[in-house]
Design a protein around this ligand. Structure first.
Ligand code: NCD
Length: 339
């Protein structure tokens, strides 16, 4: 039976957020909401669990990860996908000198999708190029590659923004502050790349000078006519923001204690600055957090980062559904029939 709605473009590799258009983003957000609502109901959860029991996923996470790993692992389990994992390169044949390409090709022999996080930029793209040359390619999902990209985080961030602004006309026309280590943080780079899909968005970049957004991302924003301003201090712009996306200083990349020179107070959200924010504003963070958001802020209804974290699992379910072309049956499921 044909699906009741036209299928949006299929997904294979998920490497670079620049390939997503507005129709795909809206479709993924809609699918994420359907999954989230279905999973709340035991019959809906069982329906999801029966969708992909014949599929297997490899989670290759050789850089620290808590929520991206757990949310992908659990997203697979929501759909009945079985998982294998390598989390420490010391336990893989890479220690015997096997090349990165041979390792990835080996994983692909056993599974139907590879989700990978590596400390080196560009490696997910290399894995995808390799897949495109071999007889049995499997999709590669980039779960964070060095300092360059984290596309699935950007997708869940878009979903969180979209959901937060549901009653306010969506993301279009919003003023979004991006704060923290904008130079070395891959989540902000990826999120900037998705902004071209929304009309009238303005970005306020709040970062210490040494951690300003890189020129290549600024060039992308200019090319797509996305207005942005550099702002050294949060205090001056807080009342204008519809959303503030806070990030931590990425001290693991320090070479000479650069993070230690940052005055955190200028790049932090504390209970003291909540009074200066719009009532409808949202505070986001990809997590893990450092001192840049005081735990006391968690109780403010504008703090949505814990919901954002859980959204990550539902968005990753939606991505897997698209990759395995099981999204149509989810769209056709009548949620209102569940009681
Ligand atoms: C981010 C990452 O790994 O880039 N974490 C995550 O995936 N939620 C952000 C960070 O580590 O600062």
């Amino acid at each position: 039976m044909p699906p009741s709605q036209p299928e949006a473009a299929a997904l294979f590799h998920v490497i670079d957020p620049r390939v997503f258009d507005r129709a795909q983003l809206d479709d993924l957000c809609d699918l994420t909401t359907r999954v989230r609502l279905l999973a709340k109901h035991p019959d809906g959860a069982r329906f999801l669990l029966g969708l992909l029991p014949d599929r297997r996923a490899m989670l290759y996470f050789v850089q620290p990860s808590t929520r991206t790993f757990l949310s992908f692992n659990n997203a697979c389990h929501v759909l009945g996908i079985r998982t294998s994992e390598i989390r420490d390169p010391a336990t893989s044949s890479e220690v015997k000198g096997e090349s990165f390409e041979d390792s990835i090709r080996t994983f692909s022999s056993y599974v139907d999708v590879i989700v990978m996080r590596t400390p080196r930029s560009g490696e997910a793209a290399r894995a995808a190029e390799l897949m495109n040359r071999i007889p049995r390619p499997v999709p590669i999902i980039n779960a964070g590659s060095g300092q360059d990209q984290h596309p699935t985080q950007a997708l869940l961030d878009i979903y969180t923004l979209d959901r937060s602004f549901e009653e306010q006309g969506g993301i279009d026309g919003k003023v979004i502050g991006l704060m923290g280590d904008l130079k070395r943080g891959r989540t902000v780079r990826s999120l900037c790349y998705l902004m071209k899909n929304y009309r009238g968005v303005r970005l306020v970049l709040i970062a210490p000078e040494q951690f300003a957004l890189e020129p290549d991302v600024k060039a992308h924003l200019k090319e797509h006519n996305i207005p942005f301003v550099d702002q050294a201090k949060l205090r001056d712009v807080l009342p204008d923001l519809d959303a503030v996306y806070v990030t931590r200083m990425q001290s693991e990349w320090d070479t000479a204690g650069e993070t230690g020179k940052v005055n955190y107070a200028d790049y932090s959200i504390t209970p003291g600055n909540l009074g200066r924010m719009k009532k409808s504003a949202v505070i986001m963070h990809p997590l893990p957090r450092g001192p840049e958001i005081a735990p006391a802020v968690d109780d403010d209804p504008r703090a949505v980062y814990w919901r954002q974290e859980r959204n990550g699992m539902w968005m990753r379910v939606a991505i897997l559904l698209k990759i395995f072309r099981a999204d149509g049956v989810v769209r056709d499921f009548d949620i209102s029939a569940l009681n």
